[in-house]
Design a protein around this ligand. Structure first.
Ligand code: ADP
Ligand code: ZN
Ligand code: ZN
Length: 753
């Protein structure tokens, strides 16, 4: 047996492993992840390394391979566990060990370790409030945000102020000079746990919340380590439940990881945790530099920080003893990595928890079908919160408007008569409105009315998107062109933009409601750092009446003054090539509806659609998850889609269509062969045990977008009930393709749906 070992876990060295022999007496003790001593270099000095792979194949002349010297005393560290996770990611999702290691290990940056700094308020609560009002009057947005946050929390980490609240040193300095705040290196209320002020920020839980927390605590104390789904309607107070659970785990001396989708990771959310747990909390996000992130991970390793909040990469926080992993909004698509290894944070959290003896709590108002089906069959524990947490807040009243009827009545505007009237009423009453549009850009594409051709990207198989200012942009490769005034195909002058995007909605809204203050939030307006926070805070401070946006406005934000939500074209997310589009649509509409009337003010939602009968829309309008779930499961069963079967997509990319075709043919053949490779007898036994073992091979076919950046893409789908079989097939295909003549020309990606 040989072990491949990395000597030092730093950016450069991960690329390279060194092979050593595992002496027979160490077999079973030297595992993937184990830290070992090895003789290194010409002088054979003993160095420490981590085992990343075990194999029977020698990489070079076996006589020249040195022996592992011994297992290190601290053989299993947080690093060891992460290396094991990397191994699992590689096996499970298909990637190189190198890609997997880079995913789990933070890039070591040779920056001087910075001390954590804090901003502390020096004035009383009342004075701070007065200063905040003063800042608001002068339109000092950033200053106002900070001061308002300091009203409830005596201190805020510098890092939160900069990364989440978008302050700069230039905006902080004048406040320091005026003696309003102080910038300090040490936190004053370090370790609130020990000081017993842990409960300071806690609210009194309602009976539903109490029941969930009590059951969690009692099961934890009995030693039960399990995965649970916290299914609670929007506004039911899931965050408060998480915080109670976290408090219990901290009391047990363990640490907690909280995953929140990046888009919902606003400073309001962060502050809720910070107010409760003070400097035990740390946050990472994707806008931080590698060095900043590394710093946060170091603080976690040293035990200074006990709760790490962040998007999916926070999973890999090197805590010594994680006791709980929370995945908020577990249904979010952002939890699936788009680069290799294409891991899903939910599944990875469950694996990590099993390895560390931790619990997992997944929270959602619209659970993924995967999670809910597991919870229903008892594989996972289920906690329910059926009521909104705040006393007077009720579910919003929802109207579904059939746009075909509007057209029949002669209304060609993007606003139905119902929505228009409701908007007038809200503006009159000085309340706020959100308009939700599922698409960005001014109009989605330009096409010819004579020949019907749409203007396409010359490098990709997609239509170009028309942006404001008559610019055509390819959202896949970035190609830009001026909008043509004649059809490139037939020369006809009758070409025009089709569809509506957020920019167009903004324009129409301004035309229709000239007095309203309108804000737009989409990829275009938020691309600069902090743009997102800036817009949200302007809106939450009541400085605008209408917020128009894409899905980023429906995620987790709490705007008490929003009493009307309009969904302009609910069908837009219904017709995509993804089998989850019905689920996505239901989730988006339910979340959008959940934005209205979160406080005492009654809320109303208007959903405009060409398809009012579709169950995704009808169920969302009734806020009826259960019946959506039942109908969607019927569809998945009928068409054999997850979670009913497991689905592996094999995607191949190549510049030559011919080579690609040959590769796909081979892959498809290997998939069939791989099934038999498993050996007849085992297969018989498995079949007897688990029922049918049919492998379905679909394709190969062209990918939904056949060409991107002049590279062709084809796809093959494999379906099987058993995930492990698909993993075996994947490994077999990987092995075979390494020896294929086209190996250098074709890139292959495996993606478990
Ligand atoms: P969810 O995450 O389920 O959508 P939140 O945790 O954001 O819900 O809670 C919604 C609102 O209700 C928040 O403003 C929160 O402070 C408030 N809230 C939660 N629990 C309680 C409670 N027990 N009593 C009063 N208010 C509560
Ligand atoms: Zn034409
Ligand atoms: Zn392109």
């Amino acid at each position: 047996m040989y072990a491949n070992i990395i000597i030092d876990i730093s950016h450069e060295m991960v690329d390279r492993t060194f092979q050593y022999r595992v002496p027979p007496e160490m077999e079973g003790k030297v595992l993937v992840g184990t830290q070992v001593h090895i003789p290194f270099g010409a002088g054979n000095h003993l160095r420490k390394g981590y085992v990343v792979d075990l194999t029977e194949k020698a990489e070079f002349d076996p006589r020249k391979i040195k022996d592992v010297a011994g297992v290190a005393v601290d053989g299993v560290t947080a690093q060891s566990r992460l290396i094991q996770v990397a191994w699992w990611l590689k096996e499970r999702y298909g990637s190189t060990m190198n890609q997997a290691l880079k995913t789990v290990l933070p890039v070591k940056q040779k920056v001087k370790q910075k001390e954590a700094r804090f901003i502390r308020r020096l004035l009383s609560k009342e004075d701070i409030r007065r200063e905040a009002q003063e800042a608001a009057r002068k339109h000092y947005g950033a200053r106002e945000r900070l001061l308002r946050a300091l009203e409830d929390a005596e201190e805020i980490p510098y890092q939160v102020a900069v990364n989440q609240m978008n302050l700069t040193m230039a905006s902080i300095k004048p406040m320091v000079e005026k003696g309003m705040i102080a910038l300090e290196k040490e936190t004053v209320m370090r370790n609130p746990l020990i000081r017993g002020s842990l409960k300071s920020g806690a609210v009194e839980l309602n009976p539903g919340q109490r029941a969930a927390v009590d059951e969690f605590v009692s099961r934890y104390d009995k030693g039960i380590r399990e995965t649970a789904l916290l299914y609670g309607v929007t506004g039911s107070g899931k965050t408060e439940v998480y915080m109670e659970m976290i408090a219990h785990i901290l009391e047990a001396g363990r640490q907690v990881i909280v995953l929140i989708p990046e888009i919902a990771l606003t400073y309001q959310t962060v502050l809720r945790f910070y107010k409760r747990f003070g400097s035990l909390v740390s946050i990472i996000n994707s806008r931080m530099s590698a060095g900043e992130r590394y710093d946060q991970f170091e603080r976690a390793k040293s035990g200074e920080v006990k709760i790490m909040i962040g998007p999916r990469s926070a999973l890999f926080t090197p805590f010594s003893d994680v006791g709980l992993i929370i995945v908020d909004e577990e249904h979010e698509t952002a939890y699936k990595s788009e680069i290799s290894p294409r891991y899903h944070a939910r599944e990875t959290a469950v694996y990590l928890a099993q390895m560390s003896g931790a619990c997992v709590v997944l929270g959602s108002a619209t659970p993924s079908l995967e999670a809910y089906s597991k919870a229903l069959c008892g594989q996972w524990k289920l906690y329910r919160l059926e009521q909104r947490a705040k006393k007077d807040s009720r579910m919003a009243k929802v109207h579904v408007i059939d746009l075909r009827e509007e057209l029949k009545e002669g209304n060609k505007s993007i606003f139905s008569r119902k929505l228009c009237k409701a908007m007038e009423e809200r503006l009159e009453a000085g309340q706020q409105i959100m308009l939700f549009m599922n698409r960005r850009g001014y109009a989605s594409f330009v096409s010819c009315r004579s020949c019907g051709e749409a203007v396409k990207c010359p490098h990709c198989d997609v239509t170009l998107t028309l942006h404001f200012g008559q610019k055509l942009v390819c959202h896949y490769c970035g190609h830009e062109a001026k909008a043509p005034d004649r059809c490139p195909q037939c020369g006809s002058p009758y070409i025009a933009g089709f569809g509506t995007g957020t920019q167009k909605v903004e324009e129409m809204t301004k035309k229709m409601f000239p007095k309203a203050r309108v804000l737009r939030m989409d990829m275009d307006t938020t691309s600069k750092k902090g743009g997102h926070e800036e817009i949200l805070s302007v809106f939450s401070e009541g400085k605008a009446d209408i917020l128009i946006g894409t899905q980023m406005i429906v995620k987790g934000h709490d705007f008490p003054r929003v009493t009307l939500v309009g969904v302009l074209a609910a069908d837009l997310s219904l017709y995509t090539s993804d089998f989850r589009c019905g689920e996505r649509t239901f989730q988006l509409l339910t979340q959008a509806a959940g934005r209205a009337g979160r406080d005492e003010l009654a809320g109303e939602v208007v959903i405009q659609t060409y398809n009012p009968e579709h169950y995704s829309i009808a169920c969302a309008a009734r806020q009826d998850y259960e019946s959506f779930y039942r109908q969607e499961m019927v569809y998945r069963e009928l068409l054999h889609y997850p979670p009913v079967v497991q689905l592996l997509a094999v995607m191949a990319f190549c510049r030559s269509e011919e080579t690609l075709e040959a590769a796909m043919e081979a892959l498809s053949r290997w998939a069939g062969e791989g099934m038999h490779e498993r050996g007849g007898r085992r297969e018989e036994a498995d079949r007897a045990e688990k029922g049918s073992w049919e492998l379905e091979i679909i394709g190969p076919a062209q990918a939904p977008i056949y060409k991107v950046n002049d590279i062709y893409r084809k796809i093959l789908y494999l379906k099987h009930e058993n995930y492990d079989i698909l993993i075996k097939l994947k490994n077999y295909m990987e092995e075979q393709s390494r020896q294929a003549p086209w190996h250098q020309q074709v890139m292959i990606q495996y993606d478990f749906a």
